[in-house]
Design a protein around this ligand. Structure first.
Ligand code: SAM
Length: 221
């Protein structure tokens, strides 16, 4: 699908499902909470930080962070942003390839479930890196292309909706090239409700890892 179609797709989802995580294409509530709660725990406790939720959808993922931090949410789906604003995010309509923020503004940048929708993801990673403060954290979560479940699903799936997926090494290289260090992974295994932490790929269990989050710290020059 083209960029314009994804915007329409998520506008229509939000129109239909409102603030529900179904608007952001999560399979169900259990799957959403498993991903969100484990990822936020892994990110660590935060207070008084400036946070960007890039591609925030209806804002359900970063809502818990709004209580003690300032969370900005950017998305090109205006309908989704109405719900994100209701959850306490400071919302801005925009495309992730050209963010309207100064360089180094954010302590933490989150990009959850977005890059699998983007044909060419490197300009987005570059832009997220630009707005991350030196010493700040960038966390990207996406689909793992090498999992057995994903490979099987792709064989039987009618729509090729999510045909973009990533290897862990590919994203590790992209973050390193943008000046991030201390790179780590959180691996998520559906439908087993199981997660594990690691510094790299290459384990047998990776074959069952359906999604992963990668985080890194931006180097201080
Ligand atoms: C699968 S949803 C995930 C939403 C949210 N991050 C979450 O995990 O609940 C993907 C979101 O990314 C947004 N999106 C995709 N490509 C984008 C782009 N290039 N610029 C801005 N938003 C984008 C979509 O509108 C949608 O709301």
């Amino acid at each position: 699908m083209s960029t314009t179609n994804w915007k329409q797709y998520f506008d229509q989802k939000a129109e239909r499902h409102g603030a529900s995580v179904k608007s952001s294409d999560y399979f169900d509530d259990a799957s959403f909470f498993m991903q969100r709660d484990n990822t936020l725990r892994w990110l660590g406790k935060m207070r008084g930080k400036e946070i960007l939720d890039a591609g925030c959808g209806v804002g359900a993922f970063s809502e818990p962070l709004t209580h003690e931090n300032t969370v900005y949410g950017v998305d090109f789906s205006e309908k989704s942003l109405e719900f994100a604003a209701g959850r306490g995010l400071r919302t801005m309509t925009g495309d992730l390839t050209a963010l309207q923020f100064d360089a180094g503004k954010f302590d933490v940048v989150l990009c959850i479930g977005v890059i699998q929708l983007i044909e060419c993801y490197l300009p987005v990673i570059k832009e997220l890196a630009r707005v991350t403060k030196p010493g700040g954290t960038l966390l990207v979560q996406t689909l793992h292309k090498d999992s057995i479940q994903r490979k099987l699903l792709r064989l039987f799936e009618q729509s090729k909706k999510f045909d973009k997926m990533y290897g862990m090494d590919e994203l590790k290289q992209a973050l390193s090239q943008q000046g991030f260090e201390q790179i780590e992974f959180l691996k998520l295994y559906h439908p087993f409700q199981f997660v594990s932490m690691s510094c790299g790929e290459g384990m047998m269990s990776d074959l069952f890892c359906t999604s992963f989050a990668i985080k890194g710290r931006k180097k201080i020059d």
